[in-house]
Design a protein around this ligand. Structure first.
Ligand SMILES: Cc1cc2nc3c(=O)[nH]c(=O)nc-3n(C[C@H](O)[C@H](O)[C@H](O)COP(=O)(O)OP(=O)(O)OC[C@H]3O[C@@H](n4cnc5c(N)ncnc54)[C@H](O)[C@@H]3O)c2cc1C
Length: 494
Protein backbone atom coordinates (compact mmCIF):
# COMPACT_ATOMS: atom_id res chain seq x y z
CA UNK A 1 0.00 0.00 0.00
CA UNK A 2 1.40 3.32 -1.03
CA UNK A 3 0.20 6.84 -1.47
CA UNK A 4 -2.92 7.29 -3.55
CA UNK A 5 -4.37 3.90 -2.87
CA UNK A 6 -7.92 3.36 -3.91
CA UNK A 7 -10.11 2.63 -0.89
CA UNK A 8 -13.53 1.33 -1.86
CA UNK A 9 -16.28 1.49 0.77
CA UNK A 10 -19.22 -0.73 -0.06
CA UNK A 11 -22.35 0.61 1.65
CA UNK A 12 -23.69 3.98 2.71
CA UNK A 13 -25.40 3.29 6.03
CA UNK A 14 -24.02 4.66 9.29
CA UNK A 15 -21.00 2.33 9.01
CA UNK A 16 -20.10 3.38 5.46
CA UNK A 17 -20.39 7.09 6.10
CA UNK A 18 -18.65 6.93 9.49
CA UNK A 19 -15.77 5.12 7.75
CA UNK A 20 -15.72 7.62 4.87
CA UNK A 21 -15.74 10.58 7.26
CA UNK A 22 -12.96 9.26 9.49
CA UNK A 23 -10.73 8.02 6.65
CA UNK A 24 -11.05 11.24 4.65
CA UNK A 25 -10.33 13.23 7.79
CA UNK A 26 -7.30 11.09 8.62
CA UNK A 27 -5.71 10.78 5.17
CA UNK A 28 -6.95 13.78 3.21
CA UNK A 29 -6.00 13.59 -0.46
CA UNK A 30 -3.29 10.95 0.10
CA UNK A 31 -5.86 8.18 -0.43
CA UNK A 32 -8.67 8.06 -3.00
CA UNK A 33 -11.89 7.10 -1.28
CA UNK A 34 -14.98 5.94 -3.14
CA UNK A 35 -18.24 4.95 -1.46
CA UNK A 36 -20.85 2.90 -3.30
CA UNK A 37 -24.41 2.67 -2.06
CA UNK A 38 -27.70 1.53 -3.47
CA UNK A 39 -30.82 3.54 -2.80
CA UNK A 40 -32.85 0.58 -4.06
CA UNK A 41 -31.54 -1.52 -1.16
CA UNK A 42 -31.55 1.31 1.38
CA UNK A 43 -30.12 1.13 4.88
CA UNK A 44 -31.21 -0.68 8.04
CA UNK A 45 -32.61 2.67 9.21
CA UNK A 46 -32.20 2.08 12.95
CA UNK A 47 -29.26 2.67 15.33
CA UNK A 48 -30.25 5.89 17.06
CA UNK A 49 -28.90 5.49 20.60
CA UNK A 50 -25.22 5.80 21.50
CA UNK A 51 -22.83 5.55 24.43
CA UNK A 52 -20.51 8.33 25.70
CA UNK A 53 -17.51 7.25 23.60
CA UNK A 54 -19.31 8.63 20.53
CA UNK A 55 -18.20 12.07 21.71
CA UNK A 56 -14.58 11.18 21.07
CA UNK A 57 -15.46 10.10 17.51
CA UNK A 58 -17.13 13.46 16.87
CA UNK A 59 -14.17 15.22 18.40
CA UNK A 60 -11.80 13.30 16.16
CA UNK A 61 -13.81 14.53 13.16
CA UNK A 62 -13.85 18.07 14.56
CA UNK A 63 -17.66 18.13 14.65
CA UNK A 64 -19.36 20.98 16.49
CA UNK A 65 -21.69 19.41 19.06
CA UNK A 66 -24.49 21.95 18.91
CA UNK A 67 -24.58 21.91 15.11
CA UNK A 68 -24.50 18.12 15.17
CA UNK A 69 -27.45 17.91 17.56
CA UNK A 70 -29.46 20.42 15.63
CA UNK A 71 -28.85 18.74 12.26
CA UNK A 72 -29.58 15.21 13.47
CA UNK A 73 -32.54 16.26 15.69
CA UNK A 74 -30.53 14.82 18.54
CA UNK A 75 -31.25 14.70 22.25
CA UNK A 76 -29.04 13.92 25.23
CA UNK A 77 -28.86 10.44 26.72
CA UNK A 78 -27.87 10.02 30.37
CA UNK A 79 -28.46 6.27 30.58
CA UNK A 80 -30.88 3.44 29.84
CA UNK A 81 -33.89 2.64 31.99
CA UNK A 82 -34.55 -1.10 32.19
CA UNK A 83 -38.13 -2.04 33.00
CA UNK A 84 -39.41 -5.56 33.83
CA UNK A 85 -35.98 -7.16 33.39
CA UNK A 86 -35.06 -8.62 36.81
CA UNK A 87 -38.75 -9.25 37.53
CA UNK A 88 -42.00 -7.87 36.17
CA UNK A 89 -42.58 -4.45 37.71
CA UNK A 90 -38.88 -3.84 38.45
CA UNK A 91 -37.31 -0.62 37.18
CA UNK A 92 -33.67 0.40 37.36
CA UNK A 93 -31.42 2.62 35.31
CA UNK A 94 -27.97 1.88 33.96
CA UNK A 95 -26.60 5.41 34.00
CA UNK A 96 -23.46 6.76 32.39
CA UNK A 97 -20.87 8.10 34.80
CA UNK A 98 -20.13 7.13 38.35
CA UNK A 99 -22.53 6.24 41.12
CA UNK A 100 -21.46 7.77 44.44
CA UNK A 101 -17.74 8.08 45.01
CA UNK A 102 -15.27 5.25 44.49
CA UNK A 103 -12.12 4.70 46.49
CA UNK A 104 -9.19 3.03 44.73
CA UNK A 105 -9.43 0.20 47.26
CA UNK A 106 -13.13 -0.48 46.95
CA UNK A 107 -15.88 0.88 44.76
CA UNK A 108 -18.80 2.86 46.12
CA UNK A 109 -21.17 -0.14 46.44
CA UNK A 110 -19.14 -1.39 49.41
CA UNK A 111 -19.63 1.87 51.32
CA UNK A 112 -23.26 1.95 50.31
CA UNK A 113 -23.84 -1.63 51.46
CA UNK A 114 -22.66 -0.94 54.99
CA UNK A 115 -24.64 2.32 55.14
CA UNK A 116 -27.70 0.44 53.90
CA UNK A 117 -27.30 -2.15 56.62
CA UNK A 118 -27.03 0.64 59.18
CA UNK A 119 -30.32 2.01 57.83
CA UNK A 120 -28.81 5.33 56.75
CA UNK A 121 -28.65 4.88 52.97
CA UNK A 122 -31.18 5.32 50.21
CA UNK A 123 -31.30 3.07 47.15
CA UNK A 124 -27.87 2.63 45.52
CA UNK A 125 -29.18 4.28 42.36
CA UNK A 126 -30.15 7.45 44.27
CA UNK A 127 -26.43 8.24 44.49
CA UNK A 128 -26.10 8.67 40.72
CA UNK A 129 -26.26 12.26 39.51
CA UNK A 130 -27.06 11.00 36.01
CA UNK A 131 -30.08 9.06 37.25
CA UNK A 132 -31.43 11.84 39.43
CA UNK A 133 -31.05 14.30 36.55
CA UNK A 134 -32.67 11.92 34.07
CA UNK A 135 -35.62 11.27 36.39
CA UNK A 136 -36.10 15.01 36.85
CA UNK A 137 -36.07 15.34 33.03
CA UNK A 138 -33.24 17.82 33.29
CA UNK A 139 -29.91 18.21 31.53
CA UNK A 140 -26.90 20.48 31.50
CA UNK A 141 -23.71 19.91 29.59
CA UNK A 142 -20.65 21.85 30.58
CA UNK A 143 -17.27 20.75 31.94
CA UNK A 144 -18.52 21.32 35.52
CA UNK A 145 -21.94 19.70 35.27
CA UNK A 146 -20.77 16.38 36.71
CA UNK A 147 -22.80 14.47 34.10
CA UNK A 148 -21.60 11.95 31.56
CA UNK A 149 -23.72 11.65 28.46
CA UNK A 150 -24.22 10.34 24.94
CA UNK A 151 -26.81 11.14 22.25
CA UNK A 152 -29.93 9.90 20.60
CA UNK A 153 -30.15 10.98 16.97
CA UNK A 154 -32.00 10.33 13.72
CA UNK A 155 -30.05 7.59 11.86
CA UNK A 156 -31.02 8.91 8.40
CA UNK A 157 -30.00 12.47 9.26
CA UNK A 158 -26.78 11.17 10.80
CA UNK A 159 -25.74 9.38 7.58
CA UNK A 160 -26.70 12.46 5.53
CA UNK A 161 -24.65 14.69 7.84
CA UNK A 162 -21.57 12.48 7.51
CA UNK A 163 -22.06 12.22 3.74
CA UNK A 164 -21.88 16.00 3.43
CA UNK A 165 -18.83 16.01 5.69
CA UNK A 166 -17.09 13.28 3.66
CA UNK A 167 -17.90 14.67 0.22
CA UNK A 168 -16.49 18.02 1.32
CA UNK A 169 -13.24 16.14 2.04
CA UNK A 170 -13.01 14.50 -1.35
CA UNK A 171 -14.92 11.24 -0.93
CA UNK A 172 -16.53 10.20 -4.22
CA UNK A 173 -20.00 8.70 -3.91
CA UNK A 174 -21.40 6.31 -6.49
CA UNK A 175 -25.03 5.33 -6.53
CA UNK A 176 -25.54 1.82 -7.86
CA UNK A 177 -26.23 -1.83 -7.17
CA UNK A 178 -23.17 -4.09 -7.00
CA UNK A 179 -24.03 -7.25 -8.90
CA UNK A 180 -20.68 -9.04 -8.71
CA UNK A 181 -17.28 -8.97 -7.02
CA UNK A 182 -14.04 -9.92 -8.79
CA UNK A 183 -11.09 -11.52 -6.98
CA UNK A 184 -7.43 -12.04 -7.92
CA UNK A 185 -5.66 -15.42 -8.04
CA UNK A 186 -4.51 -14.97 -4.44
CA UNK A 187 -8.11 -14.42 -3.35
CA UNK A 188 -7.76 -10.69 -2.72
CA UNK A 189 -10.64 -8.52 -3.92
CA UNK A 190 -9.83 -6.71 -7.16
CA UNK A 191 -13.00 -4.85 -8.05
CA UNK A 192 -16.77 -4.68 -7.82
CA UNK A 193 -19.06 -4.46 -10.82
CA UNK A 194 -22.22 -2.40 -10.80
CA UNK A 195 -25.46 -3.40 -12.49
CA UNK A 196 -24.97 -0.43 -14.83
CA UNK A 197 -21.70 -2.00 -16.00
CA UNK A 198 -19.07 0.19 -14.27
CA UNK A 199 -16.16 -1.60 -12.64
CA UNK A 200 -14.67 -0.03 -9.51
CA UNK A 201 -11.23 -1.36 -8.65
CA UNK A 202 -9.29 -0.78 -5.45
CA UNK A 203 -6.46 -1.85 -3.18
CA UNK A 204 -8.46 -1.88 0.06
CA UNK A 205 -12.17 -2.70 0.40
CA UNK A 206 -14.27 -1.77 3.42
CA UNK A 207 -17.36 -3.96 3.66
CA UNK A 208 -20.15 -1.79 5.08
CA UNK A 209 -22.89 -3.66 3.23
CA UNK A 210 -24.86 -4.42 6.40
CA UNK A 211 -26.32 -7.85 7.14
CA UNK A 212 -25.71 -8.81 3.47
CA UNK A 213 -21.95 -9.01 4.20
CA UNK A 214 -21.35 -8.85 0.47
CA UNK A 215 -17.56 -8.95 0.57
CA UNK A 216 -16.52 -10.49 3.89
CA UNK A 217 -18.90 -13.46 3.66
CA UNK A 218 -20.43 -13.80 0.20
CA UNK A 219 -17.13 -13.21 -1.58
CA UNK A 220 -14.44 -14.29 0.90
CA UNK A 221 -16.43 -16.93 2.83
CA UNK A 222 -14.86 -15.83 6.09
CA UNK A 223 -17.24 -17.77 8.32
CA UNK A 224 -19.48 -16.67 11.18
CA UNK A 225 -19.51 -17.52 14.88
CA UNK A 226 -23.14 -17.89 15.87
CA UNK A 227 -24.07 -16.70 19.37
CA UNK A 228 -27.82 -17.16 19.10
CA UNK A 229 -27.78 -19.83 21.84
CA UNK A 230 -26.79 -17.00 24.24
CA UNK A 231 -28.53 -14.11 22.51
CA UNK A 232 -31.61 -15.77 21.04
CA UNK A 233 -33.50 -12.71 19.78
CA UNK A 234 -33.43 -12.73 15.99
CA UNK A 235 -35.99 -10.19 14.82
CA UNK A 236 -36.98 -6.62 15.34
CA UNK A 237 -39.89 -4.45 14.30
CA UNK A 238 -39.17 -0.73 14.12
CA UNK A 239 -41.73 2.05 14.04
CA UNK A 240 -41.60 5.82 14.42
CA UNK A 241 -44.19 7.78 16.41
CA UNK A 242 -45.00 11.42 17.05
CA UNK A 243 -43.63 12.80 20.31
CA UNK A 244 -46.00 13.17 23.22
CA UNK A 245 -44.52 15.77 25.52
CA UNK A 246 -40.91 16.81 25.85
CA UNK A 247 -38.13 14.31 25.09
CA UNK A 248 -36.74 12.48 28.11
CA UNK A 249 -32.93 12.31 28.42
CA UNK A 250 -32.67 8.51 28.52
CA UNK A 251 -33.52 5.42 26.48
CA UNK A 252 -36.23 3.10 27.76
CA UNK A 253 -35.83 -0.66 27.43
CA UNK A 254 -39.00 -2.49 28.41
CA UNK A 255 -38.87 -6.28 28.66
CA UNK A 256 -41.84 -8.25 27.32
CA UNK A 257 -42.60 -11.96 27.29
CA UNK A 258 -40.34 -12.84 24.31
CA UNK A 259 -37.96 -9.89 24.03
CA UNK A 260 -37.93 -6.20 24.75
CA UNK A 261 -39.00 -2.84 23.42
CA UNK A 262 -36.96 0.32 22.93
CA UNK A 263 -38.09 3.93 23.09
CA UNK A 264 -35.66 6.54 21.84
CA UNK A 265 -36.82 10.16 22.15
CA UNK A 266 -35.60 12.60 19.49
CA UNK A 267 -36.40 16.27 19.06
CA UNK A 268 -38.90 15.70 16.23
CA UNK A 269 -40.19 12.15 16.87
CA UNK A 270 -39.73 8.96 18.88
CA UNK A 271 -37.99 5.82 17.60
CA UNK A 272 -39.61 2.59 18.84
CA UNK A 273 -38.98 -1.04 18.24
CA UNK A 274 -39.53 -4.52 19.54
CA UNK A 275 -36.64 -6.98 19.58
CA UNK A 276 -37.93 -10.56 19.90
CA UNK A 277 -37.16 -14.20 19.40
CA UNK A 278 -39.04 -15.88 16.55
CA UNK A 279 -38.99 -19.20 18.45
CA UNK A 280 -41.28 -17.68 21.07
CA UNK A 281 -43.30 -15.05 19.20
CA UNK A 282 -44.88 -14.79 15.77
CA UNK A 283 -44.35 -11.63 13.72
CA UNK A 284 -48.08 -10.87 13.97
CA UNK A 285 -48.08 -11.10 17.78
CA UNK A 286 -44.93 -8.97 17.94
CA UNK A 287 -46.48 -6.30 15.74
CA UNK A 288 -49.64 -6.22 17.84
CA UNK A 289 -47.64 -5.99 21.07
CA UNK A 290 -45.48 -3.18 19.74
CA UNK A 291 -48.37 -1.11 18.44
CA UNK A 292 -50.28 -1.57 21.70
CA UNK A 293 -47.29 -0.26 23.62
CA UNK A 294 -46.23 2.86 21.74
CA UNK A 295 -47.27 6.35 22.73
CA UNK A 296 -48.19 8.98 20.16
CA UNK A 297 -49.48 8.68 16.63
CA UNK A 298 -47.72 6.10 14.47
CA UNK A 299 -45.80 7.79 11.61
CA UNK A 300 -44.47 4.75 9.73
CA UNK A 301 -45.50 1.17 8.96
CA UNK A 302 -43.72 -1.26 11.34
CA UNK A 303 -40.65 -2.57 9.50
CA UNK A 304 -39.39 -6.10 10.04
CA UNK A 305 -35.63 -6.65 10.42
CA UNK A 306 -34.24 -10.19 10.65
CA UNK A 307 -30.82 -10.80 12.18
CA UNK A 308 -28.52 -13.39 13.67
CA UNK A 309 -26.36 -12.62 16.69
CA UNK A 310 -22.67 -13.41 16.43
CA UNK A 311 -19.62 -12.15 14.60
CA UNK A 312 -17.59 -12.74 11.47
CA UNK A 313 -14.70 -15.07 12.34
CA UNK A 314 -12.33 -12.40 11.05
CA UNK A 315 -13.14 -8.69 10.83
CA UNK A 316 -10.20 -8.26 8.45
CA UNK A 317 -9.66 -10.87 5.75
CA UNK A 318 -7.12 -10.35 2.92
CA UNK A 319 -7.73 -6.77 1.66
CA UNK A 320 -11.25 -6.52 3.09
CA UNK A 321 -12.21 -5.01 6.44
CA UNK A 322 -15.78 -5.52 7.63
CA UNK A 323 -17.21 -2.60 9.58
CA UNK A 324 -20.76 -2.38 10.89
CA UNK A 325 -23.43 -5.05 10.62
CA UNK A 326 -21.36 -7.02 8.07
CA UNK A 327 -18.79 -7.66 10.83
CA UNK A 328 -21.26 -9.01 13.36
CA UNK A 329 -24.21 -8.04 15.49
CA UNK A 330 -24.86 -8.51 19.18
CA UNK A 331 -28.06 -6.81 20.25
CA UNK A 332 -29.14 -3.19 20.36
CA UNK A 333 -29.70 -3.54 24.14
CA UNK A 334 -26.71 -1.45 25.27
CA UNK A 335 -26.34 0.65 22.09
CA UNK A 336 -22.93 -0.82 21.28
CA UNK A 337 -23.13 -1.28 17.50
CA UNK A 338 -22.24 2.26 16.48
CA UNK A 339 -19.49 2.08 19.07
CA UNK A 340 -18.07 -1.07 17.47
CA UNK A 341 -18.09 0.74 14.14
CA UNK A 342 -16.17 3.60 15.71
CA UNK A 343 -13.53 1.34 17.28
CA UNK A 344 -13.23 -0.72 14.09
CA UNK A 345 -12.49 2.43 12.09
CA UNK A 346 -10.05 3.85 14.62
CA UNK A 347 -8.26 0.50 14.82
CA UNK A 348 -8.00 0.41 11.02
CA UNK A 349 -6.56 3.91 10.86
CA UNK A 350 -4.01 3.07 13.54
CA UNK A 351 -3.02 -0.13 11.71
CA UNK A 352 -3.37 1.28 8.23
CA UNK A 353 -1.17 -0.69 5.81
CA UNK A 354 2.11 0.86 4.72
CA UNK A 355 3.90 -0.58 1.69
CA UNK A 356 1.97 -3.84 1.79
CA UNK A 357 -0.79 -5.51 3.73
CA UNK A 358 0.92 -7.31 6.55
CA UNK A 359 -0.53 -10.57 7.92
CA UNK A 360 0.71 -9.91 11.46
CA UNK A 361 -1.20 -6.63 11.46
CA UNK A 362 -4.32 -8.38 10.19
CA UNK A 363 -4.01 -10.97 12.96
CA UNK A 364 -3.61 -8.26 15.60
CA UNK A 365 -6.62 -6.40 14.24
CA UNK A 366 -8.70 -9.57 14.42
CA UNK A 367 -7.45 -10.45 17.90
CA UNK A 368 -8.44 -7.04 19.26
CA UNK A 369 -11.83 -7.09 17.50
CA UNK A 370 -12.65 -10.52 18.83
CA UNK A 371 -11.73 -9.57 22.39
CA UNK A 372 -13.89 -6.48 22.16
CA UNK A 373 -16.89 -8.34 20.75
CA UNK A 374 -16.66 -11.09 23.38
CA UNK A 375 -16.50 -8.72 26.34
CA UNK A 376 -19.55 -6.76 25.12
CA UNK A 377 -21.32 -10.04 24.37
CA UNK A 378 -20.92 -11.13 28.00
CA UNK A 379 -22.32 -7.86 29.29
CA UNK A 380 -25.41 -8.16 27.12
CA UNK A 381 -26.01 -11.82 28.02
CA UNK A 382 -25.92 -10.74 31.68
CA UNK A 383 -29.16 -8.78 31.21
CA UNK A 384 -31.01 -11.80 29.86
CA UNK A 385 -29.59 -14.39 32.23
CA UNK A 386 -29.78 -12.67 35.61
CA UNK A 387 -33.55 -12.57 35.99
CA UNK A 388 -36.18 -14.06 38.23
CA UNK A 389 -38.76 -13.97 35.43
CA UNK A 390 -40.48 -17.30 34.93
CA UNK A 391 -43.64 -16.11 33.20
CA UNK A 392 -42.74 -17.28 29.68
CA UNK A 393 -40.79 -19.96 27.84
CA UNK A 394 -38.41 -17.26 26.58
CA UNK A 395 -37.42 -16.10 30.07
CA UNK A 396 -37.21 -19.68 31.33
CA UNK A 397 -34.73 -20.37 28.53
CA UNK A 398 -32.64 -17.26 29.22
CA UNK A 399 -32.60 -17.80 33.00
CA UNK A 400 -31.48 -21.40 32.75
CA UNK A 401 -29.22 -21.34 29.65
CA UNK A 402 -25.52 -22.06 30.03
CA UNK A 403 -23.41 -18.90 29.76
CA UNK A 404 -19.81 -18.21 28.71
CA UNK A 405 -17.27 -19.13 31.36
CA UNK A 406 -15.92 -15.56 31.35
CA UNK A 407 -19.33 -14.25 32.37
CA UNK A 408 -20.00 -17.01 34.91
CA UNK A 409 -16.74 -16.07 36.63
CA UNK A 410 -17.68 -12.40 36.86
CA UNK A 411 -21.07 -13.19 38.35
CA UNK A 412 -19.57 -15.61 40.89
CA UNK A 413 -16.96 -13.08 42.03
CA UNK A 414 -19.65 -10.43 42.47
CA UNK A 415 -21.98 -12.76 44.38
CA UNK A 416 -19.21 -13.65 46.82
CA UNK A 417 -17.44 -10.33 47.20
CA UNK A 418 -19.71 -7.53 45.85
CA UNK A 419 -16.79 -6.58 43.61
CA UNK A 420 -16.40 -6.55 39.87
CA UNK A 421 -13.00 -6.65 38.25
CA UNK A 422 -12.87 -5.13 34.80
CA UNK A 423 -10.63 -6.81 32.30
CA UNK A 424 -8.06 -4.76 30.51
CA UNK A 425 -9.51 -2.56 27.75
CA UNK A 426 -13.01 -3.81 28.43
CA UNK A 427 -15.65 -1.30 27.32
CA UNK A 428 -17.99 -1.45 30.30
CA UNK A 429 -16.47 -0.33 33.58
CA UNK A 430 -16.96 -1.98 36.97
CA UNK A 431 -19.82 0.38 37.79
CA UNK A 432 -21.83 -0.72 34.75
CA UNK A 433 -21.52 -4.39 35.68
CA UNK A 434 -22.42 -3.67 39.28
CA UNK A 435 -25.46 -1.58 38.29
CA UNK A 436 -26.92 -4.29 36.07
CA UNK A 437 -26.21 -7.11 38.55
CA UNK A 438 -27.75 -5.18 41.43
CA UNK A 439 -30.56 -3.81 39.28
CA UNK A 440 -31.53 -7.29 38.14
CA UNK A 441 -31.66 -8.75 41.59
CA UNK A 442 -28.28 -10.12 42.70
CA UNK A 443 -28.15 -9.19 46.37
CA UNK A 444 -24.68 -8.07 47.45
CA UNK A 445 -23.36 -10.02 50.42
CA UNK A 446 -20.15 -8.75 51.95
CA UNK A 447 -18.59 -5.32 51.92
CA UNK A 448 -14.84 -4.65 51.67
CA UNK A 449 -13.00 -4.49 55.04
CA UNK A 450 -11.62 -1.03 54.26
CA UNK A 451 -15.09 0.43 54.75
CA UNK A 452 -14.77 -0.21 58.50
CA UNK A 453 -11.94 2.30 58.61
CA UNK A 454 -14.65 4.96 58.47
CA UNK A 455 -16.55 5.50 61.73
CA UNK A 456 -20.35 5.32 61.51
CA UNK A 457 -20.50 9.12 61.67
CA UNK A 458 -17.97 9.45 58.85
CA UNK A 459 -19.93 7.03 56.69
CA UNK A 460 -23.17 8.96 57.26
CA UNK A 461 -21.31 12.16 56.43
CA UNK A 462 -20.01 10.62 53.17
CA UNK A 463 -23.48 9.51 52.07
CA UNK A 464 -25.00 12.88 52.93
CA UNK A 465 -22.24 14.80 51.22
CA UNK A 466 -22.84 12.96 47.94
CA UNK A 467 -26.56 13.62 48.15
CA UNK A 468 -26.07 17.30 49.01
CA UNK A 469 -23.60 17.82 46.19
CA UNK A 470 -26.07 16.32 43.73
CA UNK A 471 -28.89 18.48 45.15
CA UNK A 472 -26.83 21.55 44.36
CA UNK A 473 -26.18 20.44 40.79
CA UNK A 474 -29.84 19.59 40.25
CA UNK A 475 -31.02 22.94 41.53
CA UNK A 476 -29.17 24.72 38.73
CA UNK A 477 -29.94 22.33 35.85
CA UNK A 478 -32.64 23.44 33.38
CA UNK A 479 -35.12 21.00 31.85
CA UNK A 480 -33.77 18.79 29.06
CA UNK A 481 -35.92 20.61 26.48
CA UNK A 482 -34.86 24.05 27.75
CA UNK A 483 -31.24 23.01 27.55
CA UNK A 484 -31.59 21.71 23.97
CA UNK A 485 -33.32 24.95 22.95
CA UNK A 486 -30.60 27.02 24.55
CA UNK A 487 -27.71 24.91 23.26
CA UNK A 488 -28.83 24.68 19.64
CA UNK A 489 -30.16 28.27 19.51
CA UNK A 490 -26.97 29.83 18.23
CA UNK A 491 -26.87 27.54 15.20
CA UNK A 492 -28.48 28.90 12.05
CA UNK A 493 -31.13 26.66 10.39
CA UNK A 494 -29.35 24.05 8.23
C1 LIG B 1 -33.17 -3.55 15.50
C2 LIG B 1 -31.86 -2.84 15.56
C3 LIG B 1 -31.70 -1.77 16.43
C4 LIG B 1 -30.47 -1.12 16.53
N1 LIG B 1 -30.29 -0.11 17.45
C5 LIG B 1 -29.06 0.40 17.63
C6 LIG B 1 -28.81 1.42 18.60
O1 LIG B 1 -29.71 1.90 19.27
N2 LIG B 1 -27.55 1.86 18.75
C7 LIG B 1 -26.51 1.39 17.99
O2 LIG B 1 -25.36 1.78 18.21
N3 LIG B 1 -26.73 0.48 17.03
C8 LIG B 1 -27.97 -0.02 16.83
N4 LIG B 1 -28.17 -0.93 15.84
C9 LIG B 1 -27.10 -1.22 14.89
C10 LIG B 1 -27.01 -0.09 13.87
O3 LIG B 1 -28.27 0.12 13.27
C11 LIG B 1 -25.97 -0.42 12.79
O4 LIG B 1 -24.77 -0.78 13.41
C12 LIG B 1 -25.72 0.78 11.92
O5 LIG B 1 -26.90 1.31 11.43
C13 LIG B 1 -24.78 0.43 10.79
O6 LIG B 1 -25.40 -0.32 9.80
P1 LIG B 1 -24.59 -0.62 8.49
O7 LIG B 1 -24.16 0.66 7.91
O8 LIG B 1 -23.57 -1.64 8.80
O9 LIG B 1 -25.66 -1.34 7.53
P2 LIG B 1 -26.87 -0.72 6.68
O10 LIG B 1 -27.48 0.46 7.31
O11 LIG B 1 -27.77 -1.88 6.37
O12 LIG B 1 -26.18 -0.23 5.33
C14 LIG B 1 -25.79 -1.14 4.33
C15 LIG B 1 -25.42 -0.37 3.09
O13 LIG B 1 -24.89 -1.27 2.11
C16 LIG B 1 -25.49 -1.01 0.86
N5 LIG B 1 -25.46 -2.24 0.06
C17 LIG B 1 -25.69 -3.52 0.46
N6 LIG B 1 -25.59 -4.36 -0.59
C18 LIG B 1 -25.27 -3.59 -1.66
C19 LIG B 1 -25.06 -3.88 -3.05
N7 LIG B 1 -25.17 -5.11 -3.55
N8 LIG B 1 -24.79 -2.85 -3.86
C20 LIG B 1 -24.67 -1.58 -3.39
N9 LIG B 1 -24.87 -1.26 -2.10
C21 LIG B 1 -25.18 -2.26 -1.25
C22 LIG B 1 -26.88 -0.53 1.21
O14 LIG B 1 -27.46 0.19 0.16
C23 LIG B 1 -26.58 0.35 2.43
O15 LIG B 1 -26.18 1.62 1.98
C24 LIG B 1 -29.40 -1.55 15.71
C25 LIG B 1 -29.59 -2.59 14.79
C26 LIG B 1 -30.80 -3.23 14.72
C27 LIG B 1 -30.98 -4.36 13.73
Amino acid sequence: MKKNNRIVIVGGGSAGWMAAAALSNAFGATQQITLIESEAIGTVGVGEATIPAVKSFNKLLGIDEAEFLKTTQGTFKLGIQFENWGAQGDVYMHPFGLVGKDSWMANFQHFWLKAKRMGVAKSYFDYSLNIRTAKANKCMIDPNSGLDYAYHFDAGLYAAYLRKYSEARGVKRIEGFIESVQTRDDGFIESVKLQAGDIIAGELFIDCSGFRALLIEHTLHTGFEDWSHWLPCDRALAVQTESVGEPIPYTRSIAHSAGWQWRIPLQHRVGNGLVYCSRYSSDEDAKKLLLENVEGEVRTEPRLIKFRTGRALKQWNKNCIAIGLSSGFLEPLESTSLHLIQTGIVRLIRMFPGDAINQTEIDEYNRQSRYEYERIRDFIILHYHVTQRSDSAFWNYCRSMSIPETLARKIAVYKNTTSVFKEQDELFHEGSWQQVMLGQGITPTAYHPVVDKLSDEELVKLMNSIENEHNQYLARFPSHQQFINHYCKAIAPG
